[in-house]
Every structure is written in C-alpha cells, then in structure tokens.
Design a protein around this ligand. Structure first.
Ligand code: 3PG
Length: 409
C-alpha cells in the first residue's frame, strides 16, 4: 500500500488544510477525552516547524446539514490550545464562504485556525464536488490525518485531491502501519469483541467478522438485539427489533463458519433513567419488563476471560456496558485489565479502536498496555474487515508521493 507522506509534498510556508477527526467525547460542553487531539500533534508540530498556515477541517457528530449549536466545534479551541501548551488557536465560524476565507487570510506562519463543523453543510456528506472545491480554495496542500473518518466518502475526505497535492498525516501513517502489521500477521485464534450503542452500523460489520475470526464476543446495546432474536425479552433495553432477522442471519453464518459467538448469559440491569443504585445481576431469562440491560454479568465475564486466555490476537471495538455510568463500567474495565495483563505477558497481540473504547481504557489507566490503540471506530472495523476506505483510496491514488506502510510496519 503506497501513499504520499508529509515529506513527499512541499509544505514549507504554505497554507495547509488538514482533515482531522475532532469528533471527540464531550461532557457538559467540554472535551472529556482528548486522545484524538493529542494524536494529531505530530502532524501539527511538523507543519508548525515548516512555518505553514494550518487550517483544521473536521466534522462533529451528525447535524445532518444544519447548524446545530450543540454540535459546534467552538469548544474544541480550548481543548486544542491546552494540548498545545497554551498556543493560540483561531476559530472560523464557517468552513466555507467569507467567514472561512477571512479566518484563513488572518493567519500568520505557524498559526492554526479551526473551521466550524463541516457537516453543518449537507454537501459535505453528499460528497459534493463544488463544496470540495470551495474547501480546497482555502489552501495550497491537503493532508488527510483523519483515518477515523476515512470510511466516509465525504467531500472533505475524498474531494480535495482533485484540486490540491495531498499527503497522509503522521496519525494516518501510524494507524495504517500499526493495524496492518498486527492484523495482516494475526496469530490465531483471533477474538473480536464488539460492543457499544451504534447497533445498526455495526451489525453489518459483525456479519463479516464471523467469517474471519474464531471467537466473537457481542456486548453493549448490540447484544440486546441478538438476545431478542433468540427469543429473550429485554425489558426497556436499547434494542433494534427491525434488525432481528439480520442478527439471526449472523448467528447462522457464525455456526457455518465455526465462529464461536459469545453473547451474555447474565446481565446487570437498572431502571431507565440510570440510577446506579439498584443494579442487580440476572440471567437473561429474567430481565424484568421495566428494567434495562446496562452491563454484562459475572458468568459472561468468566466465559470471556476463558476465551481470552486461549486467544493469540484480540480486536476490540466498543464498551460491553454503559461504562460512562458507574457501576456499569465494571465489565468493560475487567475485560480491559485481562487483555492488558495478557498483552504485557506477551501472550496476546491486542488492538482496540473507537472513541468510547479508548476512553474506557484511559479511565482504567490501561491504554498503554495494549499493543495498539486506534483513534477510529467504524473505520477501524471496516479496515480490519478488508473493506476499501475511500479516504485511503484517495491517498493511494494520489500521484504526488511514494510512502509505503510496509516500510514502517
Ligand atoms: C467516528 O467517531 O467514528 C468518526 O468521527 C466518524 O463518525 P460518523 O460515524 O458520524 O461518520
């Protein structure tokens, strides 16, 4: 896989557009985990040294083409500044048009401006070429450092290469090199752990994973749909009844492909509204009609620990419980500890990805113990699945460089 790296494009003194992924976890209007920000620093520091004017482009959440105040990137200014030892970060209240042009025109060499959420314009997700041209008109060079958004064929991911020289940023390079080197050479048995609440987006990915891994642990809200498909009642839990048929198909494929599916056999329940006080662990046959499943139970955890002990490679995306709310973080942390222990003892190669997963590992203080932590969620899984990521294809088809991930693997 060849693609242009930062060194392959002439950036010195230029205005450089950097597609980042600042879709970071927020709580009370503040960034609650700055991993995606910190991981951008190698690219930003390189460009600062080259006296570039740096224009950061990003999406945040899914505003569906409208201005949604709570999805503004404005709160990211302080978080970026803090991560860069108090450096001034400017803000442009729009990503195209006069506001964007003015904000960029004011930049001095080495300065950074963050432009407002790309997805406030419907043309971004539509991959609109005119919108891409407007973005491109703001700079001289385009750097894709948003591996975690590169599974989207959006204007800011794939469209700018028609107008500007492009290269991969340092984070993109690191992601491709690390995931490639661990996964392409994966020792079997491989166990994938998939959880979290983006149920509908991950079911298709699960369908593919069952054909590639020996064990698939399904946790989080996603497991509820599978339990429902198996005929269990899941009370007031988050569930997608319309995906029952898909869930059944996945279970059937898994059987044919000898993929061992691990679903919860017991769960921790709570009342909707989430007071953590009355949590109880029950078998999946006994989920009360007025309660929600909020974590997996002890017996399920023991099964997962047994499976991990037999595995050589673990791929993890998505917490298995509602880890933001104690005590529903317990299983996610216990699994993280077990993987960290086995990885430190060189018994396991471990890769984890996804904002929530990485945040959970940070809370548990275990991130460093994994073989590699990706900043991506959906893109991470699609890459592992062997899917073509539009943002990577764009880089590979660029004619202006010769980087190679093998060279760095
Ligand atoms: C992510 O957080 O996985 C990326 O920012 C992509 O977000 P999306 O799923 O809304 O496209």
């Amino acid at each position: 896989m060849k693609f242009p790296r930062l060194e392959d494009v002439d950036v010195a003194g230029k205005t450089v557009l950097v597609r980042t992924d600042l879709n970071v976890p927020m709580q009370g209007g503040k960034v609650s985990n700055n991993n995606r920000i910190v991981r951008l620093l190698p690219t930003l520091n390189y460009l600062i040294k080259k006296k570039c004017r740096i224009v950061l482009l990003s999406h945040f959440d899914r505003p569906k083409g409208k201005f949604v105040p709570s999805m503004s990137l404005a709160p990211l200014v302080d978080a970026l500044s803090e991560a860069m030892d108090g450096r001034d970060i400017h803000f442009g209240v729009d990503c195209i048009g006069p506001a964007a042009r003015d904000a960029v025109a004011k930049l001095k060499p080495g300065e950074i401006v963050l432009l407002e959420n790309l997805r406030f314009h419907a043309q971004e997700e539509a991959g609109d070429a005119h919108f891409a041209r407007e973005l491109a008109s703001l700079g001289d060079v385009f750097i894709n450092d948003a591996f975690s958004a590169s599974h989207r064929a959006h204007a800011s991911i794939t469209g700018l290469s028609s107008f500007l020289p492009v290269a991969a940023g340092r984070l993109m390079e690191e992601e491709l090199a690390s995931i490639y080197s661990i996964y392409s050479d994966a020792k079997k048995p491989i166990t994938a752990i998939v959880g979290g609440s983006k149920v509908s987006t991950k079911l298709e990915l699960l369908e593919s994973l069952v054909t590639r891994v020996e064990n698939l642990v399904i946790g989080g809200a996603m497991a509820n749909t599978f339990l429902l498909a198996q005929g269990h009642s899941v009370g007031k839990s988050l569930v997608e009844p319309n995906l029952k048929v898909t869930a059944k198909r996945i279970l059937e494929t898994a059987k044919k492909k000898n993929c061992n599916i691990i679903l919860p056999v017991d769960v921790v329940i709570g009342e909707p509204g989430l007071s953590g006080s009355n949590n109880a662990c029950v078998g999946i046959e006994h989920i009360p009609a007025d309660q929600m499943v909020l974590d997996i139970g002890n017996e399920t955890l023991r099964t997962i620990a047994g499976c991990l002990a037999e595995s050589k490679t673990v791929i993890w995306n998505g917490p298995v419980g509602l880890f933001e709310t104690r005590p529903f973080d317990v299983s996610t942390i216990m699994i993280a500890r077990e993987i960290a222990r086995l990885t430190s003892g060189k018994k396991l190669q471990s890769i984890a990805g996804g904002g929530d997963t990485v945040a959970a590992l940070a809370i548990a203080g275990l991130g460093e113990s994994f073989s590699y932590l990706s900043t991506a969620g959906g893109a991470f899984l699609e890459y592992l699945e062997g899917k073509t990521l539009p943002g990577i294809t764009m880089l590979m088809e660029a004619k202006n460089g010769s980087g190679s991930i093998k060279a760095h693997a």
